[in-house]
Design a protein around this ligand. Structure first.
Ligand code: 5AD
Length: 335
């Protein structure tokens, strides 16, 4: 398997009908770099308020029927603490772009977690911010940041987002994050409205330029109350092919088997691991608000368990030939 596929080869691989050789090549590379280890991240969806109006997203500002919630700083820190007790060594703080959580608040939460658990990594997934804010978060102890680019094609980006947003700003944010020293995550949806095969190739080429530590992809899922509610969902098979392609092109990368994949394919999480993913994100969001973090319809989640290494998730992962480890799961050298 050529690890530097040309555009034509990429398109062939993305649409491959018999993916077994692609899967085998990806699995081999993943094992060479990461063995059978699967890293777990405790996901806290701490606010569904969002100032943005992305056309695909269920918590877009304009989706008025959505009941909005915010967790308090104390609640978030307590949830992270419980996650640590379950064996999680990375906490992901994810939320809409919610101005109520200013930089001071985000930094207090990061420090609140790091003071008690210095060996725990904190990942942020809170959108586009000024560079000074990113610096403050890094200094407060956050070490990773997820910001999907969503699509690397200018015209496609404009079809998915309101005029107030721009691909150039998103790319600038990603470069700023890398420059500051964050392990940075980018990614895109598979099968989002208007997406072409050429767009997907552009996404892969953009990632080659960025060399992110983490790459998250998942199928687009239409969501009630959004302009795209009647659009078809993205293909899970194509998503799995792309996970394998990502593993081959970025052997070092931390690649999650995402909730979106698990939501549209019953055994999506395991198929994702077999295709080359090496990260899972159990959901720590309190059950009473979890359903309100409805970025897309019928969103499933990996349930939290008493222990990440001993429970039904751990068993499932083991039965697929991999094993969940209690580890921060930092990226292994970017090469
Ligand atoms: N379908 C699939 N993924 C979605 N996301 C947002 N809305 C949807 C949707 N309707 C993804 C985006 C975002 C991440 C948090 O969730 O890629 O970056």
């Amino acid at each position: 398997m050529n690890i530097f596929p040309d555009d034509k080869e990429l398109k062939r691989l993305i649409t491959l009908d018999d993916p077994s050789p692609l899967r085998a090549a990806a699995d081999k590379l993943r094992r060479e770099r990461y063995g059978t280890d699967v890293y777990v991240r405790g996901l806290i969806e701490f606010t569904n308020h969002c100032r943005n109006n992305c056309r695909y997203c269920g918590i877009r500002a304009g989706n008025n029927p959505v009941r909005r919630y915010r967790l308090s700083e104390e609640e978030i820190i307590a949830i992270a603490d419980k996650g640590y007790g379950q064996g999680l060594r990375t906490i992901v703080l994810q939320g809409g772009e919610d101005p109520a959580f200013d930089d001071g608040s985000i930094c207090r939460i990061i420090k609140g977690i790091k003071d008690v658990h210095p060996d725990c990594a904190v990942t942020l997934s809170i959108g586009e911010k000024p560079e000074v804010s990113y610096r403050k978060y890094f200094e407060a102890g956050a070490s990773r940041y997820l910001l999907r680019h969503e699509t690397a094609d200018e015209a496609h980006y404009r079809k998915l987002h309101p005029d107030s947003m721009s691909l150039s700003n998103r790319k600038q944010c990603l470069h700023n994050l890398k420059e500051i020293g964050f392990q940075t995550g980018a990614g895109f949806m598979v099968g989002s409205p208007f997406q072409t095969l050429d767009n997907l190739v552009e996404d892969l080429r953009f990632l080659q330029g960025l060399q992110p530590a983490m790459i998250g992809i998942g199928p687009f899922i239409p969501t009630k109350g959004t302009p795209f509610e009647n659009e078809p969902h993205g293909s899970p098979e194509m998503t799995l092919n792309l996970i394998s392609i990502l593993r081959i092109m970025f052997p070092y990368a931390l690649i999650p088997a995402t909730t979106a994949l698990g939501s549209i394919l019953p055994d999506g999480i395991i198929l994702g691991l077999k295709a080359g993913a090496n990260v899972l994100m159990p959901n720590l969001t309190p059950p009473d608000v979890r359903k309100l973090y409805s970025i897309y319809d019928n969103k499933s989640s990996i349930k939290e368990e008493a222990s990440v290494t001993d429970g039904s998730l751990a068993k499932l992962v083991r039965s697929a030939g991999y094993g969940i480890v209690v580890d921060r799961g930092d990226v292994k050298a970017l090469s």
